[in-house]
Design a binder for this molecule. Structure first.
Ligand SMILES: Cc1cc2nc3c(=O)[nH]c(=O)nc-3n(C[C@H](O)[C@H](O)[C@H](O)COP(=O)(O)OP(=O)(O)OC[C@H]3O[C@@H](n4cnc5c(N)ncnc54)[C@H](O)[C@@H]3O)c2cc1C
Length: 477
């Protein structure tokens, strides 16, 4: 096949693969390029929770739900923020997306859908999570995609990075320039270009520019914001970074120090708290039993450095249920022996020094906690205080506000055409998924919104939004 295509899709991930499958079903000649060596994108890391309203699965289980209920729940949770037209677009089509993904082989545990507890709960059971999380979506999408590859109308080029967009003389987009892993550049002409190459969560530069913050994330290595940058060069409007909300309680993985992810059970629904949380001034700042994830997220973002310390002693270590998730004793010991975020000292003075927090404040905080539990009157209203913090050695683990997605992105209309600063569509250029910034769902994290939203955008792009001129590709045959 020549290098003239109906559609070129940048990114063989959550959004790009459904778009390619569906567009090929409509007869388009599609080229998909991805910088990675495999398809699936962020799904290989993702927890894979997806929310959908009005699905066949819900109906089968007798769950009364609708896109309207999903929308009302969402604006309650996100405090009325977000792009309502995009919320509607996703939610009015999410049930069909779930039906489709199940029709191509995805299976969920018998008790799904559930209300879910990882984020602020919806009022209705509409979250589904496969047993093997995001990888399950990657697997069924790859199988379905392989079938369309066999049709001959679709081609996939892996290890191929889109480096820029081709701009025609009239200002419309005419395709992309790619670079292969051995540095070969290629001009790929297409009637329509879809940017489905994810967000910027793994880009230090974007974290600095959009949020003036260091990157503290657990995310896909290729989420570098390439698509956002290329669209921006053509005048696309970048927006929504201010809707950033961080996830509470990531710690550094000592084996991959660039990764900040949930390695401890600090969420009370998982494990009632024994430890206390103190900020970098050595003071408590939240009732550790607080169940609202949204409140926890906002509260850590109000602390200096958006970080805090989980403090406990040997008595708690001896009695409490396991704090670490999936770390064995050897790794935990190695963390305390080697990394500055994992502190251990014989005295509270020593612990405060190791953490770099004021010793007097830490000692006062611990004393108040210990006294409060004796009279069952915790200063922060906490009820579960089974043990004091009094027996050395003392421990502290630094916890951070972290993110798995980018909240800023490029503006699109409701057919996912990329818009410039004047709100005009840039001809022949579409975008979907995290490219739009997950801030479209608002200043809160809506459970299952990213996977559900990205799959839905991809499906709709392929099914109906993407249009193309067939003449050029056909003529080049
Ligand atoms: C640890 C983790 C847990 C998560 N858990 C959940 C969850 O439970 N529920 C939920 O809703 N969301 C979750 N998310 C978020 C969700 O998985 C992502 O937002 C979503 O998968 C992103 O889809 P996408 O299509 O935008 O990007 P991707 O799926 O990442 O696809 C983009 C593709 O573009 C490629 N690419 C990038 N740049 C280029 C370039 N220049 N040229 C060519 N190719 C390029 C990438 O290699 C990638 O394959 C989680 C994310 C992470 C990291």
């Amino acid at each position: 096949m020549s290098n003239q295509w109906d559609i070129v899709i940048v990114g063989a991930g959550t959004t790009g693969i459904p778009a390619a499958i569906k567009a090929s079903e409509r007869g388009a000649k599609v080229l998909v390029v991805d910088v990675a060596d495999k398809v699936g994108g962020t799904l290989h890391l993702s927890s894979g929770s997806m929310s959908a309203a009005g699905s066949a699965l819900q109906k089968k289980k007798g769950i009364d739900d609708s896109p309207e209920k999903h929308f009302q729940d969402s604006i309650e949770i996100n405090h009325g923020t977000g792009e309502y037209d995009k919320l509607r677009l996703w939610q009015e089509n999410s049930g069909e997306t779930l039906d489709w993904i199940m029709s191509i082989g995805l299976e969920y545990p018998e008790d799904n859908p559930v209300i879910g507890q990882g984020h602020e709960p919806y009022s209705t059971a509409r979250i589904t999570t496969p047993a093997t999380a995001g990888k399950a979506y990657a697997a069924v999408l790859e199988t379905a995609f392989n079938k369309v590859l066999e049709s001959g109308n679709v081609e996939l080029r892996l290890k191929t990075r889109m480096t820029s967009l081709i701009v025609n003389a009239d200002g419309s987009v005419g395709g992309i320039i790619t670079e292969s892993e051995n540095g070969d550049r290629e001009e790929i002409r297409a009637s329509t270009t879809l940017l489905a190459c994810g967000g910027y969560s793994n880009s230090d530069e974007h974290w600095k520019e959009f949020h003036n913050r260091p990157k503290r994330v657990y995310t896909y290595e290729h989420s570098k914001g390439d698509g956002i940058e290329q669209a921006r060069k053509l005048g696309a409007k970048v927006q929504l970074a201010d809707n950033l909300i961080m996830t509470f309680g990531g710690t550094v993985d000592i084996d991959k120090p660039d990764d900040h992810w949930i390695h401890t059970a600090t969420f009370p629904a998982m494990r009632a708290p024994w430890e206390i949380l103190v900020n970098n001034e050595g003071r408590r700042f939240i009732n550790e039993e607080e169940e609202s994830q949204d409140f926890r997220e906002r509260t850590i973002m109000n602390q200096s450095d958006w970080s805090c310390w989980l403090v406990y002693d040997q008595g708690i270590l001896d009695q409490a249920p396991q704090l670490f998730l999936g770390w064995d004793a050897e790794k935990i010991e190695r963390a305390f022996a080697s990394h500055a975020d994992y502190c251990r000292a014989d005295t509270l003075d020593g612990l405060a020094k190791a953490c770099g927090i004021p010793a007097e404040n830490l000692k006062t905080t611990v004393e108040q906690f210990n006294k409060g539990r004796v009279v069952e009157s915790d200063p922060w209203g906490r009820k579960h205080t089974p043990a004091p913090i009094e027996k050395g050695p003392f421990y502290a683990i630094r916890h951070y506000a972290i993110s798995v997605v980018g909240f800023g992105g490029i503006a699109c209309d409701n057919e996912l055409r990329v818009l410039d600063a004047d709100g005009k569509a840039i001809p022949n250029l579409y975008a979907g998924g995290e490219m739009l910034g997950m801030g479209i769902w608002g200043n809160a994290y809506l459970g299952g919104s990213s996977v559900g939203g990205c799959l839905t955008m991809g499906r709709l792009l392929g099914e109906k939004f993407l249009t193309w001129e067939t003449t050029a590709a056909a003529a080049a045959e």
